[in-house]
Design a protein around this ligand. Structure first.
Ligand code: AMP
Ligand code: MG
Length: 310
C-alpha cells in the first residue's frame, strides 16, 4: 500500500511533461494577472476557509471543522466573497485554491482534481455579455501568448494550438440537450475544434446565486465555456442574484437553510448591486494548452479523486 501511495503521487515529478506544463502554467498566471490589472481589475488574496462556502450542485465530501466554537469550511469557491468584495472594489480577481473532495468516479474524467486553483473574476454592474467578451479575450489571448512564449514546450509536447476566433459559438442548453442528449457536453466537446459556450442553463442545474433570467423564467443568465477536442468544461459563470427576496426564494427552492450562508445573507440583506463574473480552472487550462490526456500531469502533487495522496 505504501508503495502504491508513493507511485501515484510522485509520478508527474519524474516526467519532462511536468516541466513543460509548469512553464506554461507560469505563462498563464503572469499573462492573466498582467492583462486583468491592465484593464482595471484588482487582485484580492484567496480565502482558504470561511463560515460559508459554495454549496455546489454536485455531491462532494465534507470539509467542515470547528475552531473556537465556530464551524468553518475549506473553500470550494469564493463566490460569496467575490460578490461581497466587488460591492466595494468594482473589478476583482483572485487565484483561488479550492478543495472539493470529489467522489472517486470523477477520477476517470481526466479533468477533476480534489484540489485545484481557479482564477476567479467578478465585475460590478457587469452583464453576462460583458463577461463572455472578457473570457473570450482571455482565452484567445492566452493561446496566442503561449504560442509565443512557450514555443519550445509546445514543440516538445507535439501540441498545435489554434487561436480561437471571437465571438465563440453560443449554444443554448435546451438545444444542446434536445440534439445530443444528457451527455451533450462531452459529445459536443469531442466534435468541436474551437471553444464554445453553453448558455441559459436551467435553474435546477445550478446554485441559488446564479441569476434567473427575468425574460426567460426557469433559466439562468449564466454560461459555461467548453474546450474543444474532448477537453470538456473550462469556465462557469454568469450574472448573480442580488435582490435579497430572490436570494431567499432560491435558497429555499434548493431545500437549503439560510443559516448555512449566514454572513453572506446578512451582507446581502443590507443591499447588493448587480454583478457578474466567472472562474477558469488553471489546471484544466494548462492541460488543454498542453494537450494532455489527464489533468494530473500538470501538477507535481496531484490530488486525484478517490486516490491516496501525500
Ligand atoms: P465551477 O464554478 O464549479 O464550474 O468551477 C469553476 C471552474 O473551476 C470550472 O469551470 C473548472 O475549470 C474548474 N474546476 C471545477 N471543479 C474542478 C475540479 N474538481 N478539478 C479541476 N478543476 C475544476
Ligand atoms: Mg461548472
Amino acid at each position: 500500500m505504501e508503495e502504491l501511495i508513493i507511485k501515484e503521487t510522485i509520478e508527474p515529478l519524474g516526467k519532462e511533461t511536468l516541466r513543460a506544463a509548469l512553464k506554461i502554467n507560469g505563462t498563464v498566471r503572469s499573462y492573466f494577472s498582467t492583462f486583468l490589472r491592465s484593464i482595471g481589475y484588482l487582485e484580492i488574496p484567496p480565502v482558504i476557509y470561511s463560515t460559508a462556502t459554495d454549496p455546489l450542485n454536485h455531491p462532494v465530501f465534507d470539509t467542515t471543522f470547528e475552531y473556537y466554537g465556530r464551524k468553518y469550511s475549506i473553500t470550494k469557491s469564493m463566490i460569496f466573497h467575490k460578490q461581497i468584495a466587488v460591492q466595494h472594489l468594482d473589478k476583482i480577481f483572485t487565484f483561488s485554491p479550492n478543495v472539493r473532495l470529489e467522489t472517486a468516479d470523477k477520477a476517470s474524467t481526466g479533468r477533476h482534481l480534489s484540489e485545484f486553483t481557479q482564477i476567479d473574476i467578478e465585475c460590478l454592474r457587469a452583464t453576462r455579455d460583458d463577461m463572455i467578451s472578457l473570457a473570450e479575450d482571455m482565452i484567445s489571448g492566452i493561446v496566442a501568448e503561449v504560442e509565443e512564449k512557450n514555443y519550445h514546450e509546445l514543440l516538445s509536447l507535439k501540441r498545435t494550438l489554434n487561436i480561437p476566433r471571437k465571438p465563440f459559438l453560443r449554444i443554448k442548453y435546451k438545444d444542446a440537450l434536445g440534439k445530443y442528449g444528457k451527455n451533450f457536453e462531452n459529445v459536443l466537446s469531442a466534435k468541436m475544434s474551437d471553444p464554445f459556450w453553453i448558455i441559459d442553463i436551467p435553474i435546477n442545474e445550478r446554485e441559488f446565486y446564479d441569476r434567473e433570467d427575468p425574460n426567460n423564467a426557469g433559466y439562468l443568465l449564466d454560461m459555461d465555456l467548453i474546450y474543444p477536442e474532448g477537453f470538456g468544461e473550462a469556465i462557469s459563470g454568469g450574472e448573480r442574484e442580488f435582490e435579497i427576496n430572490k436570494i431567499l426564494q432560491r435558497v429555499s427552492l434548493k431545500g437549503q437553510s439560510p443559516d448555512q450562508f449566514k454572513w453572506f445573507i446578512e451582507a446581502a440583506s443590507r443591499g447588493l448591486l448587480p454583478s457578474a463574473g466567472f472562474g477558469i480552472g488553471i489546471e484544466r487550462l494548462v492541460r488543454y494548452l498542453c494537450g494532455f490526456p489527464k489533468i494530473e500531469m500538470v501538477t507535481p502533487f496531484p490530488k486525484v479523486p478517490g486516490k491516496y495522496s501525500i
